[in-house]
Write a protein of this length. Structure first.
Length: 181
C-alpha cells in the first residue's frame, strides 16, 4: 500500500507550535508513527487501510472524490494526529543522532528549553491528542453504520483515559500542581 498521510505540512504548521521553518521531512516520521500506532489502533486496521486507500485514490489521476462522511472523519482524525505528531517529535527536533553520537543543535540568540518545559509541552500535546482521539472514537461509535470498515466491536474499549484536564487559561501554579507526576 502506498504511503498516504491523514495530515498535511500546511495543516501541521498552521495549527501546532511547529514553526514554518522546520523541515517537514524531520517531522513526517513522527506523523507516520502516530498514525500507525495510535490512529490505526483507535479506528481499527480495516478502516485505517480503507481511508489510506481513499486518500491515495483522491490524489490519483483522475482523482476519486472522497465522500462527505469520509471528509468529516478525516478532519476529526487530523486533530488528534497533529497533537500526537508534535508530542512524538518534541524530543527530536533539536536533538539529532549523527555519526559522532547524539548532539543537540542550538542557534544564535536561542536557548534550549529545559527538561521541565519540554515535559510539560509533551504532556499538553498528549492530552490534546487523547481528547481529540476520544472524539473520533465517539463519532465512530455513534456513526458506525456510515463506516462499514469500522470493525472495532466494543466502542468503550481502547478509549484514552477520560481525565478532567485543565483548560489552557488556568494559572501556572495550578498547572505545576496538576503535572507534578
Amino acid at each position: 500500500m502506498e504511503r498516504a498521510f491523514f495530515i498535511s505540512e500546511t495543516f501541521l504548521k498552521d495549527n501546532t507550535p511547529i514553526s514554518g521553518n522546520v523541515d517537514i521531512a524531520e517531522i513526517y516520521p513522527f506523523a507516520k508513527t502516530a498514525e500507525e500506532t495510535l490512529i490505526q489502533e483507535a479506528i481499527g486496521t480495516s478502516l485505517f487501510d480503507d481511508l489510506i486507500d481513499k486518500i491515495n485514490l483522491a490524489a490519483a489521476s483522475p482523482p476519486t472524490v472522497l465522500s462527505a462522511d469520509d471528509i468529516v472523519l478525516l478532519k476529526k482524525i487530523r486533530l488528534a494526529l497533529m497533537w500526537y505528531t508534535v508530542h512524538n517529535a518534541i524530543p527530536f527536533i533539536a536533538t539529532k543522532i549523527r555519526n559522532i553520537g547524539v548532539v543537540q543543535q542550538s542557534g544564535e540568540n536561542l536557548t534550549n528549553a529545559d527538561g521541565n518545559t519540554i515535559a510539560n509541552m509533551q504532556k499538553t500535546c498528549k492530552m490534546n491528542g487523547d481528547f481529540y482521539l476520544r472524539l473520533v472514537q465517539k463519532y465512530l461509535c455513534k456513526n458506525h453504520a456510515l463506516y462499514p470498515a469500522y470493525d472495532v466491536c466494543d466502542c468503550g474499549a481502547g478509549l484514552p483515559a477520560n481525565r478532567n484536564y485543565p483548560s489552557p487559561g488556568l494559572d501556572i501554579a495550578f498547572l505545576k500542581t496538576y503535572y507534578r507526576d
